[in-house]
Design a protein around this ligand. Structure first.
Ligand code: HT7
Ligand code: ZN
Length: 892
């Protein structure tokens, strides 16, 4: 049995004081020497010292200066066990590894001829034998040696304490990290890199050197990352009183990387996607992504590095908390209430698009999982995004000051330690005097809770009653659930759309605000509001105060009222989404029984009103006009019929355009952003609305709208406008089909030309070519045959994760009509690619394997093809633990 359980945690048998490492770097054969000083943990019952190791050649091992007898230890594919060593030991281990052969991008590997490491979660064991677990923390000193010409830059964690020349054209650099750290935070980088650097003054007056390292041709794309880093440093000082604890902080960009970035102490390593930006190559979304990921990794310096996880089951302790912190950072950077709401909407979109389905599928797990086969599979939207929602609920329950007190106590108690989610909860409870015992269920129970609300207004008594009933569906391995502690922020709107004063019998309103946080702790709970002078429209779960599915029988009129007036911008948007979702579900049902499709004027008029309301930010209007995704609709259905959803959604889009074409054209013209490019919130919002209008307008099969896109594409001064127009054109390609044959022909020619031109203009920019592939992977016109052609394109490769994701993930996760082709050909392609990727990079393969998680929910004919594809993968040879866990759980 490969499964590891949380309940089996035991402390390590030895503690480590210091680690001194030496690297003789060579792509084919790198020699790693490691000297570790260890002391027995007298509280452990384990007598032996167990070191983990993967794909290593052991050259030699010595204990306290003596060669270790072969009978003193045992070694297998995954570990090295030393039998009952003395209580205090110095261990010298020499291993040999081959970075060039390491295509998994975990451990030490080569990318574009440079060396990089990725050690979280368990990559350090691919470098040397070690107690590679986060509760073993040590001080590291690292000596790097390499050819000076090929690898002029040698970096590791902490401070550079020595450097110099060696014989044979080699040189060395010695780095010392003053802080104890777990092995997963170890990093080294070596190669031909250049940096942008700036010195800053910290709150305490200390100075720090900030560096952003990139390949030579990319030095014109580092300013935004540098600005984001400085903003992050100052934000953490102000908001949480947390100062940078190092003299030097480095960010290095690498183009082959499995995730977004990595928070190695003082030496963050980033996917190029989250560092490189200028207006020519990066979109507004890229700029926002960079700010948020740079912030995220920097914030880990306290939440993750200074206080780390006891074991990997506690991953959300650092990830949920750090996502919450980066969300708050991005929101504070915008500053306005409406901007904050737009950010919140984006976060909730991710949750609904990815986390709710995960939590209802075969990989469902609690925020603090109970078991895993491969920990890499648990770097999940549940651990990250739902984990952040859990942290946000503390914030909502305790308030701004209360949460800060909890954070202060957490650091006071645990700085320098490896701790658990329970420790975090205890700090929040003890600092506030609140009983958070029941809150623990957010960590232990999986699934998205359902919260049903029924209301009753008594005009004579002027009372309003709200009855909440909570439940949680059975999820993988969890049949029965206990009630959660749910903070529900509510407000009441009068007929004029204003907030009414709130007087609740069961819950005081200490701040006398017009939003009250009700605390639901029981399966059923009633709240009575008094002095309610007229029938109110309740605004429930404001700002999405808990990660639940709210079930409330709103009338269309109530929703339109909320959309027009709610003082809570999130719920304003939510009301619009509910109106749209209701109609999308009806239309999908109508498609299935081949009934005529109709869209009512009331909905169209509500959208028109929002679109034309110039008191609203463009960014907010764009969010309201963006319909729920196919996945959102699918999650609301018992049996998913992707083609019917697509047809319903396409119909809705074309009806919206038919009725609102003049308004959309005006929105387009009013939101042009001439002049110098700036990624500020206002310009970003304008571009988003303009490009959304442009995309809608393509539903109106007239050459003038297509020409608008074509001309924007040809004349765009920034990547947001260029790719926005190109996307609109690519999607128009099939939309203009049918009756408009001539228009279709010339449109298709223009699309082909625009795609070719785009490729030629950017063929040197890997991240832009990723966009080019992504656009085509997700285009409704890209069927399996075209996909197979694109996979053979000379610029395509499976071994670069960004490139693989851009085409394949786009097809499997964002091209529902083609991926779910009735003949099962999309799934067959998926199976081939999962198998091929498994041999190159198991982590990326396992992510792709997740695309069929929800197979049991589809129509029977599709289910059959999906099951066959899953079985094909499950039966293939040399399957990694990563992929095996996903397909086994899917088929169980
Ligand atoms: N903490 C980092 C996790 C990470 C990672 C995990 C598994 C494999 C590769 C990886 N690269 C980075 C990222 C973060 O949450 O900040
Ligand atoms: Zn993180």
């Amino acid at each position: 049995n490969l499964t590891i359980y949380r309940k089996d945690y035991t402390a390590p048998s030895f503690w480590v004081d210091t680690v001194e490492m030496g690297f003789d770097l060579d792509p084919k054969s790198t020699v790693v020497s490691t000297r570790t000083t260890l002391k027995r943990n007298t509280e452990s019952t384990e007598k032996d010292l167990i070191l983990f190791g993967e794909s290593l050649k052991l050259v030699q091992i010595r204990m306290n200066g003596q060669k270790l007898a072969r009978t003193a230890y045992e070694i297998d594919k995954h570990s090295l066990r030393i039998f009952n060593p003395p209580n205090e030991i110095i261990l010298d281990i020499e291993t040999q590894i081959s970075p060039i052969k390491n295509t998994s991008l975990s451990g030490l590997y080569v990318s574009n001829d440079n060396f990089f490491t990725q050690c979280e979660a368990e990559g350090f064991r691919k470098i040397t034998y070690f107690q590679d677990r986060p509760d073993v923390m040590a001080k590291f000193t690292v000596m790097l040696r390499a050819d000076k010409k090929k690898y002029p830059v040698l970096l590791s964690n902490g401070n550079l304490i020595e450097k110099g020349k060696l014989s044979d054209g080699r040189h060395f650099a010695k780095w010392e990290d003053p802080f104890k750290k777990p092995s997963y935070l170890f990093a080294l980088v070596a190669g031909k890199l250049v940096c942008q650097e700036e010195k800053i003054k910290l709150q305490s007056g200390r100075k720090a050197l900030l560096q952003v390292w990139v390949e030579k041709g990319n030095l014109d794309k580092t300013q935004h990352a540098m600005d984001s880093l400085q903003n992050s440093i100052f934000w953490d000082e102000q908001r949480f009183g947390l100062e940078l604890d190092l003299e030097r902080f480095m960010i290095v960009a690498v183009s082959d990387f499995n995730m977004g970035a990595m928070e190695n102490k003082g030496l963050n390593i980033f996917n190029t996607k989250y560092v490189l930006a200028n207006s020519k190559v990066a979109t507004d979304a890229d700029y926002a992504g960079i700010e948020s990921v740079v912030g995220h990794e920097y914030f880990h310096n306290w939440t993750g590095n200074r206080v780390t996880c006891r074991d990997w089951f506690q991953l959300s302790l650092k990830e949920g908390l750090t996502v919450f912190r980066d969300q708050e950072f991005s929101a504070d950077m915008i500053g306005t209430n409406s901007g904050r709401a737009v950010n919140r909407i984006a976060d909730v979109r991710v949750l609904r698009q990815a986390q709710f389905p995960e939590d209802a599928g075969p990989m469902s797990h609690p925020v603090r999982p109970e078991s895993y086969v491969e920990i890499n599979n648990f770097y999940s939207v549940t651990v990250y995004e739902k984990g952040a929602e859990v942290v946000r609920m503390y914030y909502t329950l305790l308030g701004h000051e209360g949460f800060r007190k909890g954070m202060d106590l957490y650091f006071k108690r645990h700085d320098g330690q490896a701790v658990t989610c329970d420790d975090f909860r205890a700090a929040m409870a003890d600092s506030s005097g609140r009983d958070l015992t029941q809150f623990e269920r957010w960590y232990s129970q999986s699934g998205t809770p359902r919260l049903k609300v029924a209301t009753k207004y008594d005009a004579a008594k002027q009372t309003f009653e709200m009855t909440f009933t909570q439940s949680c569906p059975a999820t993988a391995g969890q049949d029965k659930k206990q009630p959660f502690h749910i903070p529900v922020a509510v407000g009441l709107l009068n007929a004029a759309g204003q907030d009414m004063p709130l007087h609740c019998q069961e819950q005081a309103n200490p701040t006398d605000s017009t939003t009250l946080v009700l605390e639901i702790t029981k399966a059923k709970q009633v709240f009575h509001f008094t002095n309610v002078t007229e029938q109110p429209t309740p605004s429930i779960l404001r700002n999405f105060s808990a990660p639940v599915e709210l079930e409330m029988d709103y009338s269309d009129d109530q929703l339109a009222h909320l959309l027009a007036h709610d003082s809570d911008a999130f719920n304003r948007w939510e009301a619009g989404q509910r109106l749209a979702m209701r109609r999308l579900l009806k239309l999908t049902a109508a498609v299935q029984v081949q009934q005529p499709l109709e869209l009512d004027t009331m909905f169209i008029e509500a959208l028109r009103k929002t679109l034309n309301d110039s008191t609203l930010d463009a960014a907010f209007r764009e969010q309201v006009l963006t319909l729920p995704s196919t996945t959102n609709v699918a999650e609301q259905m018992d049996v998913i019929d992707p083609q019917a959803i697509k047809a319903a959604r396409d119909f809705m889009r074309s009806e919206i355009t038919r009725h609102l074409k003049a308004d959309l054209l005006t929105a387009y013209e009013n939101n042009l952003t001439p002049g110098k490019y700036s990624p500020d919130a206002s310009s970003t919002g304008m571009r988003a609305l303009k490009n959304l209008a442009l995309a809608y307008l393509q539903e109106w099969p007239k050459s003038s709208t297509f020409e608008l896109a074509d001309s924007q594409c040809a004349n765009a001064k920034n990547m947001t406008d260029r790719i926005g127009a190109l996307a609109a054109m690519v999607n128009a390609e099939i939309l203009t089909g049918g009756t408009h044959k001539d228009a279709t022909k010339s449109a298709n020619k223009a699309v082909a030309h625009a795609l070719k031109q785009f490729y030629n203009d950017f063929k040197q920019e890997a991240l832009v070519i990723d966009k080019w592939f992504m656009l085509q992977g997700s285009a409704g016109s890209t069927d399996v045959a075209k996909m197979r052609k694109l996979l053979k394109h000379p610029a395509f490769t499976l071994s670069n994760p960004n490139r693989a994701r851009s085409l394949i993930f786009a097809f499997c996760n964002a091209n529902p009509s083609q991926f779910h082709a009735a003949d099962g050909s999309g799934y067959a392609l998926w199976a081939d690619l999962v198998i091929e990727l498994n041999a190159i990079n198991p982590q990326v393969a396992a992510r792709l394997a997740r695309s069929l998680d929800r197979w049991r929910k589809y129509t029977p004919a599709l289910q059959e093809f999906m099951q066959a594809a899953l079985q094909k993968v499950a039966a293939s040879k040399n399957l990694s633990k990563d992929v095996l866990e996903i397909v086994t759980k899917a088929l169980a």
